[in-house]
Design a binder for this molecule. Sequence first.
Ligand SMILES: [Zn+2]
Length: 190
Amino acid sequence: MDRVPMGKNRKVTKAAGMYILVKKVFIMVQFTPRLTFVKILEKNRPRAVAWVTGNDMNPQLSGLVKFYDTPYGGVLAEAEIFGLPNAAEQYATDFYAMHIHESGDCSGDFENTGGHYNPAGQPHPRHAGDLVPLLGNAGYAWAAFYDKRFSIDDIIGKAVVIHAQADDFTTQPSGGSGGKIGCGEIRAEE
Ligand SMILES: [Zn+2]
């Protein structure tokens, strides 16, 4: 009869040990940059922003891309875009290329924005201005990413450009990503 309660005790001890292990792992996770990034997005003001608007073919497209300094160097970016071309398809998901272009001139059909920001003279997709693509979900995209290819001072006065198609990360000089459907000049926040 004694063996039954002993077995129960062992189970409790083992379970308690696992609980402690889980707590230690949780504490370790808190020291990765992730928590800092989440706090920055939640509480800090961005140091630069780009208000993105669509071209004549995509007047419904609009959104905001924010750029934040981080304690690790590099830039934390957050993009929220509405009205991408798949907005009318209820369950559609499509990728749209997003790049920083040399010029912040978003006039006309964005034909004056120049090429991808590329201070190091690298091939695409190693341009400093090559950003992560957007995933449009029935027209809506949200993305946050960390980027050490440029500083915020480097990109003020340039443009965030959204393209009609996915970036194939191969074709030169711009990844075969089609026309420019959205554009926003990157401006310093006062
Ligand atoms: Zn590029």
